[in-house]
Ligand binder design. Structure first.
Ligand code: FES
Ligand SMILES: [Fe+2]
Length: 384
């Protein structure tokens, strides 16, 4: 298994975990890193994050297979703008403001997926194509000097790559997705993102700062503790490692099956069986490679203590028999409600409430939580 574009193959993380296993699970270096509570509560800090991250970087809004057909439209307000991400007749995906160019009416009223032939404004029925072009102005003769070509929907840079749709909320600034991905697309292909298919999704409003959720997904320390009644039996304690690809953090948490790697060559490691890989895609998504499906989670902050959490399950193929569908439905329920909602998001919400007490000025991160502390460094660097 060779490196691509100068980035090590993700198996290197598992090789390091195996080395620790053979070595009697030598623990990682201890540390005590602190992050101010104000970074999770302060309105000024939040405004800086919006300006430096959420108002200017590419962000994942969907998997391409969620809107596979021409006329499939995803209406979402998660990024703080009313947006339509949709597929046109040529198969291209575009994102447009969900705002009529005549007198500003919202075009598609309800958030979520729709199948439409065109976009018809309810107010005076100006009509737009799936490519955002204005197609019809009723009673055009009543306007003077109006060129319909000047009234196409306002577009945002959008690209579908490795099966995933990225949107950058900058009307005047093109998106450099290659620079943003920093070569991590090789890994996304390796884990089959282009071939997976959207299966189901849940959307939750979580009363906590978005970084608390990132912290939880970057922390191998809690897995066998917080999750003792759910997924803990599948994992040895705190056998995890991570590295960086650009500003993205790539992590692997060993599963119990890591024991099987003792006598295997790295080329024989099974990246989904011997460990669970997750990718913290800067700034606000987490991709998790479960044993038989992938998850995409994206955090859309609405306020310092208010985050929309969108979790999509992707399965390896579109055609499933009834038994497989039932299996994936059970798996999603266990992970989305039993683990994420009842355990991970629960502690995030309780920690956020605790911040208001004034008991702590800082949060403390030790050697088993260092990837989370690194994430805060990445955010600080982006904020300058
Ligand atoms: S506001 Fe949309 S047609 Fe008038
Ligand atoms: Fe967790």
């Amino acid at each position: 298994m060779g490196a691509a574009q100068g980035i090590a193959h993700p198996v290197v993380l598992m090789e390091r975990l195996r080395a620790r296993l053979l070595d009697g699970a030598r623990p990682p270096e201890p540390c005590a890193r602190r992050v101010p509570v104000s970074h999770y509560t302060c309105a000024d800090r939040y405004a800086q994050e919006r300006a430096a991250l959420f108002d200017r970087l590419p962000q994942i809004v969907a998997h391409g297979s969620q809107i596979p057909e021409a006329g499939d439209v995803l209406a979402h307000d998660w990024m703080g703008l009313p947006l339509l991400t949709m597929r046109d007749r040529e198969g291209r995906v575009g994102t447009f403001m969900n705002v009529c160019r005549h007198r500003g009416m919202r075009l598609v009223q309800n958030e979520g997926c729709h199948q439409l032939k065109s976009l018809i404004c309810p107010y005076h029925t100006w009509t737009y194509g799936l490519d955002g072009q204005l197609r019809n102005i009723p009673r055009l003769e009543s306007f003077v000097d109006v060129d319909p070509a000047d009234f196409n929907l306002v577009a945002l840079p959008t690209e579908e790559r490795h099966g995933i749709i990225w949107v950058q909320p900058t009307v005047d600034q093109p998106m450099d997705l290659d620079a943003h991905l920093a070569g991590i697309g090789v890994d996304l292909d390796l884990f089959g993102f282009g071939d997976h298919r959207f299966f189901t999704q849940s959307i939750k409003r979580v009363p906590c700062n978005w970084k608390l959720i990132q912290d939880a997904f970057l922390d191998g320390y809690h897995v066998v503790r917080l999750h003792k009644n759910t997924v803990a039996p599948y994992f040895p304690d705190a056998l995890a490692d991570s590295d960086r690809v650009g500003r993205h953090i790539r992590s692997c948490v060993a599963r119990n099956e890591i024991e099987e790697t003792r006598d295997l060559a790295p080329a024989e490691f099974d990246l989904r069986r011997h460990g669970t890989y997750s990718y913290t895609m800067f700034p606000n998504s987490v991709l998790v490679m479960h044993p038989d499906y992938n998850s995409i989670m994206t955090l859309f902050p609405q306020a310092p203590e208010d985050t929309i959490f969108v979790h999509s399950m992707l399965v390896p193929r579109a055609q499933l028999c009834d038994e497989e569908r039932a299996h994936y439905e059970r798996s999603f329920k266990l992970i989305d409600r039993g683990v994420f909602e009842a355990e991970d998001l629960h502690v995030c919400v309780q920690a956020q409430r605790g911040f208001a007490s004034g008991a702590n000025d800082t949060l403390l991160f030790g050697g088993l939580e260092e990837a989370a502390a690194d994430f805060h460094d990445l955010v600080a660097q982006a904020l300058g």
